[in-house]
Design a protein around this ligand. Structure first.
Ligand SMILES: Nc1nc2c(ncn2[C@@H]2O[C@H](COP(=O)(O)OP(=O)(O)O)[C@@H](O)[C@H]2O)c(=O)[nH]1
Ligand SMILES: [Mg+2]
Length: 452
């Protein structure tokens, strides 16, 4: 699941190529990112937020070129992670236990449009309660759709759970209230209210769901969203949230979802957490939503270590000051802080870059041009150095990239002369040496052609 979004992110992070990131470079990547995110069903406002965060954090940052992909990735990851953190967490089973200790049933209403998986999710949740030794009653408050009462009754029978139902057309709020009364009189731990699906655009039906919530005052109002419904899930979530102020969401059919954008969008537009994912059609297929796992699925599990971030040894005190003046809302990930710190310490970054260049630059072999990477065979340091010396702007297309690569190869074979190089400078150049092992490994073309 979520493969598509992961691919979107990985293609986006391959597109940077400058040492000091400029607005233009970021815009280029953001354009690609925007398209990729749109295709992955992330809502527009979420995309804008991600774009804004990236720009704020990356314009003007000077980084080692082969770390750029990691840094962009880490920034995206941090933005999304912060968003999930701000939405908070709800430990439902823990809360049920707390309520049980007061002698009252814990009431949950499940809401969403037709076919998203409310009834199936209730059955899964009832199964989860059973596994955790909680008792429950189901309210068949979908008195609207033909077959709905039979469907939920069948689940209740299989799970051996009491169900309260009336006839079709009866008042769903009354069914819900009856179930609560039943739970109270029988000392049951939990009431699960199945409601009729309704289009978010139907005011009457939305008023009806508000009425159910008013009558029974649930401890937890859950929005059930279909991961496959894409951007539509977002408009549903927004409308349901306006009417019901639901506490959290369950995203069903995540087993069939290749996008992942819906989870990000629901959290952003409602600031409510995703509590569970539906991952199949069996009772066991309800998994607690795990932010870290989700992020790992999107971005991979690579740890971001301090050496992936720009070095800035000289001014450690700036880090502390920066920490106190940072604007970001939620900052837990220390490595991400370091990304922002890079903005403050440009001079030292440059100094460090020079140190790195004091290494032996073995003559690159004339490797025949590899398909897709015009810079194959040229050391990262050489491309950096050449770009700096001759103030090169990133090439606009493969052809330009190849021409540039040819120029760099020639420059290397000419002994890497500086523009109007003096004898003294030539002597200094002799001292710059590096061993092959110490040289950073080149991951992809610096200008983004490598694995596009
Ligand atoms: N693959 C998959 N199918 C699901 C999941 N949850 C629900 N469904 C299916 O979605 C369809 C509609 O589910 P239902 O519970 O009747 O939706 P409701 O109208 O919201 O009550 C059924 O065929 C379910 O089996 C899920 O997590 N994964
Ligand atoms: Mg249903």
């Amino acid at each position: 699941m979520f493969d598509k979004l992961r691919n979107a992110f990985s293609s986006a992070v391959k597109s940077f190529g400058e040492k000091e990131l400029k607005e233009k470079d970021i815009d280029e990547v953001l354009f690609e990112l925007e398209v990729a995110l749109l295709e992955s069903d992330v809502a527009i406002e979420v995309i804008d937020m991600l774009k804004g965060d990236l720009k704020k954090q990356l314009v003007g940052v000077t980084v080692e070129k082969d770390k750029i992909a990691d840094i962009v990735k880490q920034n995206l990851r941090q933005s999304i992670s912060s968003m999930f953190d701000s939405a908070g967490k709800i430990d439902v089973l823990f809360n049920i236990q707390k309520k049980k200790e007061t002698g009252e049933p814990y009431i949950i209403s499940f809401m969403g449009i037709n076919g998203t998986g409310k009834t199936t999710t209730i059955a899964k949740f009832a199964n989860l309660l059973r596994e955790n030794k909680f008792s429950a009653v189901i309210a068949a408050a979908d008195t609207y759709r033909a077959g709905a009462i039979e469907q939920i009754s069948e689940h209740a029978k299989r799970l051996n759970i009491k169900i309260i139902a009336q006839n079709y057309g009866s008042d769903p709020a009354a069914v819900a209230r009856d179930a609560v009364l039943y739970a109270k009189s029988h000392k049951l731990d939990c009431v699960l209210i199945d409601t009729a699906g309704r289009m978010q655009t139907s005011k009457n039906l939305m008023d009806q769901i508000s009425k159910i919530n008013k009558v029974v005052n649930p401890d937890l109002k859950l929005f059930v969203g279909d991961a496959l419904a894409g951007n539509d899930t977002v408009s549903q979530a927004r409308e349901f949230y306006n009417y019901t102020k639901f506490d959290g969401a369950i995203l069903t059919k995540s087993d069939a979802d290749a996008r992942g954008g819906a989870a990000i969008s629901i959290v952003k537009v409602t600031s409510s957490p995703i509590l569970y994912l539906g991952v199949g059609q069996e009772y066991k297929d309800l998994k607690p939503f795990d932010k870290d796992l989700f992020l790992e699925m999107l971005f991979g599990s690579q740890e971001i270590t301090p050496d992936m971030i720009v070095h800035h040894k000289e001014k450690p005190q700036e880090k502390i000051e920066q920490k106190e003046t940072r604007e970001e809302k939620v900052v837990e990930d220390k490595s991400a802080e370091k990304i922002s710190e890079t903005k403050q310490v440009k001079p030292s970054i440059v100094a460090e870059a020079k140190v790195v260049q004091k290494e032996v630059q073995p003559e690159p072999k004339q490797i025949p041009e590899q398909q897709g990477d015009p810079f194959a065979g040229i050391a990262t340091n050489d491309i950096e150095k050449y770009s700096d010396l001759f103030d090169v702007t990133p090439p606009e297309n493969d052809n330009e990239a190849r021409k540039l690569a040819d120029k760099i190869r020639k420059w290397i074979s000419d002994g890497r002369p500086k523009p109007k190089e003096t004898t003294k400078e030539l002597e200094e150049k002799e001292e710059m040496t590096v061993s092959e092992d110490e040289r950073p490994k080149k991951k992809h073309s610096l200008f983004g052609w490598g694995k596009k």
